[in-house]
Design a binder for this molecule. Structure first.
Ligand code: ZN
Ligand code: ZN
Ligand code: FE
Length: 755
């Protein structure tokens, strides 16, 4: 019997080839009616035999196009209209704008095939793209998502491209960025003094390969900005890049052509393989098993970040040499945002790069490569940016109003929310310098425009000195303004991801977060729900002599540890030339020495006391080196510490931990074994605290989040032990473990606190 289904599909279903997909499905299943884009998604009027309709609906659910995200499919039965064909109806014009923009993704296999096919009209054309792949977020200027609102506006489609664009059965039907050598953007090779070397793609790729093999540095304009590339197997080239980029320690990311090449020198699990090959193409941190690249790529580290090519040009370059491994690092000076505007790139990068590969299409929204790692076959983000942004994080409950959450000042991402989605911004880095602050403000403006968000509620961290706090004050004007505790936000981020409603025990371990008592928190055991929290435990406070300075010069924290634990100062390594007496006076008089208990700072202090790290050049360097040292140990010593009950809080005596660590040092235990023992001491005492909280509250859901859980020893073992003890453990899988994820928690806490 003939039936009529009225089908509504919500999610990312516009500009991703959804209507032609439906059109083809309808023809295949003998369905009559039409499909159209409207304000919230796609509507389909479908008539056919019941069995055909069921098949049609199942295929919609299962086979939708790669860039689409289907949030919800609603079906209503209606009276039969007796349509005689299936067609694509003109979009309904409404004043409400389209909400979603897909992320930028890897070139798809169909386009790649055409790219390497000498008979194809897009043979070796670096801007080949189709409905299922290529740049999106990076080129959209405004909505609706039509070509004239993108960076492609100035390129007039040629008749061939236009024909494909208008054909519902073509892979490039309504592909806004579609282009070909006759009508699209072009590639250029320049020397760093702006002398044009070539406009010929074949010549450019060969020359670039040759330059790289000669040990030169080439800036290559990618999807979200410029990369700096050099031969990763060439010590001299890598060192030169470190020096010019002013980046002594922070590891460089690599790129190579094939998964086989990666497997040749790095350990790859099935999940890791899947992530490397995914359309998002993040940098994945993997364990080295064989030395193929310069040791200056990741000095003294066991883990290396690597990704596979995703732009046509990258694919072309690596096709020349299957053994090629390049450093592909963001085109910037240390701590500055990635360069993405051409003029600026020449200004800021010409003393780093010898040559520039660029093209005449603007990057509208910049993004760095995303960075991930895998533990126990679960993915974790260190940076969520290109490939993932601005994919929405879907919620069950709709937001009553539009919200804005600023994120924090470090590893910033902000968030906006409307309807049933939260959208996290790209990674915007540390908002310390005027240049990153400017980029942040521009990004906020851009997001509010392209997602048509008009916030009624403005949320930030409660840190009084954060740039994001004062900027949010200004943005809010007289609208509702909410301030959220940092570690509460970390925990609620995970609750939101896993749709947890009931209270949890939240372990939020990180470097710095402003506490409700005005001190610096960061080793928090919270009993939290989406609205409120209670502090149930933490490590005891210690002083940071010099405040911010101690975070960079971690030997100061080491000294403070000794002072507070009553251990002779002779134990301090790196004493030479240090203003020891001055720092002691500061500690004694408590001048400019804020109280803190951040896990990251405890790692810093111990790293200093073990002589591993004196001062850092990049965030978490001391902690990372401590972890690296611990990885070398074969055994560890059990360190017992008892939490002390103080005013309803379980306080872990940090001094006790330090004394016991130094006892091991006294006994002549190797530094790597002490480092591992320290990790286990943190794990064991955390387990004690969590168990005591469970005894008191009956809660057995535990959330772990915060930058310190980027430490694999800590994350993996605490997670495993908690599960063994019968806890349900929840971890962030869609957002970064560090402050890059807190804007999601801020948004949710903000909503819960609307009265
Ligand atoms: Zn494609
Ligand atoms: Zn064309
Ligand atoms: Fe944090």
């Amino acid at each position: 019997m003939k039936k009529h289904f009225h089908i509504r599909v919500n999610g990312i279903v516009q500009g991703v080839g959804f209507r032609p997909f439906i059109y083809r499905l309808a023809l295949e299943n003998n369905i009559k009616g039409y499909v159209l884009n409207d304000t919230e998604g796609v509507t389909i009027e479908a008539e056919g035999e019941e069995e055909d309709l069921r098949k049609f609906v199942r295929a919609i659910k299962e086979d939708f196009p790669p860039l689409a995200i289907v949030q919800e499919i609603k079906i209503e039965e209606k009276e039969v209209n007796h349509f005689d064909r299936f067609w694509i109806e003109k979009s309904r014009t409404t004043d409400k704008k389209i909400t979603f923009i897909p992320p930028d993704t890897n070139i798809c296999k169909d386009c790649l095939k055409e790219f390497f096919d000498p008979k194809d009209r897009r043979y070796h054309y670096p801007f080949i793209v189709c409905t299922h792949c290529g740049p999106r977020f990076s080129i959209v200027k405004d909505i609706p998502y039509d070509r004239h609102n993108t960076a492609m506006a100035e390129f007039l489609m040629c008749p061939d491209c236009k024909r494909e664009y208008e054909d519902p059965l073509d892979r490039r039907f309504h592909t806004q960025p579609t282009a070909c050598p006759a009508c699209g953007p072009k590639l250029f090779l320049y020397r760093n003094d702006k002398t044009l070397i070539s406009e010929d793609v074949e010549e450019i790729v060969k020359k670039v390969y040759q330059y790289l093999k000669e040990g030169l540095i080439v800036a290559i304009k990618g999807v979200g900005g410029y990369h700096l590339a050099c031969d990763a197997t060439n010590d001299e080239a890598v060192l030169k890049l470190r020096e010019r980029k002013r980046r002594p320690f922070k590891p460089f990311a690599l790129m190579t052509g094939t998964i086989e090449k990666i497997e040749e020198f790095l350990e790859v699990s099935p999940k890791e393989r899947e992530i490397l090959l995914s359309k998002e193409r993040p940098i994945l941190i993997l364990k080295e098993k064989k030395t193929l690249v310069s040791r200056y790529v990741a000095p003294d580290l066991t883990y290396i970040g690597i990704m596979l090519p995703y732009t046509p040009f990258q694919h072309f370059l690596f096709s020349l040499d299957k053994d090629l491994i390049l450093v592909m690092t963001s085109g910037n000076l240390s701590e500055e945002p990635i360069c993405y505007k051409d003029e600026e790139a020449f200004e800021r990068l010409s003393h780093i790069a010898d040559y520039f590969v660029t093209y005449n299409r603007e990057i509208v929204a910049h993004s760095d490569d995303s960075v991930m790692f895998v533990i126990k076959e679960k993915p974790f983000f260190i940076r969520r940016s290109k490939g993932f942004v601005p994919a929405p994080i879907l919620m069950k409950k709709a937001f009553p109003v539009h919200l804005f959450a600023s994120g924090g000042d470090l590893k910033n991402s902000f968030a906006i929310a409307k309807d049933k989605v939260v959208i996290l911004s790209q990674y915007l880095g540390d908002l310390e310098s005027p240049i990153t602050q400017k980029v942040y403000k521009e990004a906020v403006k851009h997001f509010l425009k392209v997602f048509d968000v008009h916030p009624e509620v403005f949320i930030s961290d409660m840190h009084p000195n954060y740039f994001t706090t004062s900027l949010t004050d200004r943005l809010a004007e007289r609208k509702l303004r909410i301030r959220v505790q940092h570690h509460h936000a970390h925990i609620v981020t995970v609750m939101a991801e896993h749709e947890l409603e009931e209270p949890v025990i939240g372990l939020s371990f990180d470097g710095t977060g402003f506490g409700t008592d005005g001190k610096i928190w960061g080793s928090e055991f919270l009993i939290a729900d989406r609205k409120e929290f209670k502090r149930a435990g933490h490590f005891s406070y210690f002083m940071l002599p010099g405040g911010e300075k101690a975070i960079k010069e971690v030997w100061r924290i080491g000294l403070s540890f000794l002072y507070q634990s009553g251990i002779p100062l002779d134990y301090l390594p790196f004493k030479e030339g240090k203003p020891i007496d001055l720092i002691l006076q500061m500690l004694e008089k408590k001048i400019n020495s804020p109280f803190a208990c951040g896990m990251g700072r405890i790692f810093d202090g111990i790293s200093a006391l073990l002589g591993i790290c004196e001062k850092i050049t990049t965030e978490a360097e001391a902690a990372q080196k401590l972890e690296e040292t611990a990885l070398k140990a074969r055994k560890f010593y059990k360190i017992e510490i008892e939490p002390i009950e103080i005013e309803n809080e379980l306080v872990i005596p940090t001094e006790e931990l330090i004394r016991k660590i130094m006892e091991l040092k006294d006994k002549g235990v190797s530094i790597s074994e002490i480092a591992l023992s320290f990790h286990w001491a943190i794990i064991e005492v955390s387990l004690k605290v969590v168990q005591r909280i469970r005894e008191r509250t009956g809660i057995k859901r535990v959330v772990l989040n915060g930058g310190s859980f980027q430490n694999r020893i800590l994350l993996k073992n605490l997670w495993e032990k908690l599960e063994k003890l019968g806890f349900d453990v929840y971890l962030p899988q869609k957002t970064p473990l560090n402050d890059g994820g807190i804007a999601l928690g801020q948004i949710i806490i903000g909503r819960e606190n609307l009265v």
